[in-house]
Design a protein around this ligand. Sequence first.
Ligand SMILES: C[S@@+](CC[C@H](N)C(=O)[O-])C[C@H]1O[C@@H](n2cnc3c(N)ncnc32)[C@H](O)[C@@H]1O
Length: 282
Amino acid sequence: MAFYSPLRYPGGKGKLIPYIKQLIQENSLLDCTYVEPYAGGASVALSLLLDGYASEIIINDIDHSIFAFWHSVLNETEELCELIQKTPVTLKVWKRQKKKQQSGAGGSLLELGFSTFFLNRTNHSGILRAGVIGGYKQEGKWKIDARYNKENLIDRIKRISRYKNQIRLYNSDASVLMNSLRNTLPKNTLFYFDPPYYVKGKELYLNHYSEMDHKKISDDIKKIITQKWLLTYDNVEPIKKLYSRYGQRIYNLHYSAGKAGIGQELMVFSDNLSSVETPMLA
Ligand SMILES: C[S@@+](CC[C@H](N)C(=O)[O-])C[C@H]1O[C@@H](n2cnc3c(N)ncnc32)[C@H](O)[C@@H]1O
């Protein structure tokens, strides 16, 4: 499977791409408008667009650093690629990029977007607040540039930018975005919601959800009547209860033969969306 996103993402859902493609085919959603209100690394959205399953994607994330990166990919492609090409991948630069995240890079979306990219590719697991790969002394087996293949990453960015007329980017709260978009989108639309995890959200994202936020977004999702939606979460009782009247399946995010039960998550389907069978589903 090709990787289109230049970002590594904690909780990234790249593994679901084949499943969502099948879902689109079997629910006659080819050429749909695809909306990801919690896009993060946007690996699913990009695959659907670049492989021709969606004709337009709408990606949104409340995290300003993530937004700045995608904004730079789409609107300042050459400048971003030049920064990647010419900036050495060293601890000194890493420290400078950390400071840029704290200061907001003086309001420049390109500077902040590059800093997001740099830290995403040089930090453990791609987490912006985490430490650098190889440690401060660079004594680890892997060094700071272990995940920083400049040529390959620049190619990915340029490739995405060629589709920019089919990509809409927002930096909103998911609930606010939903309320402004819901009535404007065609019937042939698939929403994929991947909100911050119920349990682990706090560790992974700067913007995690409270109990009330989980409830609020569920109220918004339940208002989608015309279009279709899919939702994924950690597999916990409060979420199952919140969506009890909808079709639910358990799936193994880290599915591999013989390892069922590890990393189980929950999928919820809108009434008008039929689940498809795959070995991922428990
Ligand atoms: C589980 S991650 C999404 C991962 C994504 N599906 C991927 O494959 O890379 C959740 C994302 O939601 C974002 N987020 C948190 N609160 C939000 C909100 N209120 N509105 C929009 N995005 C939010 C976080 O910044 C994070 O990127």
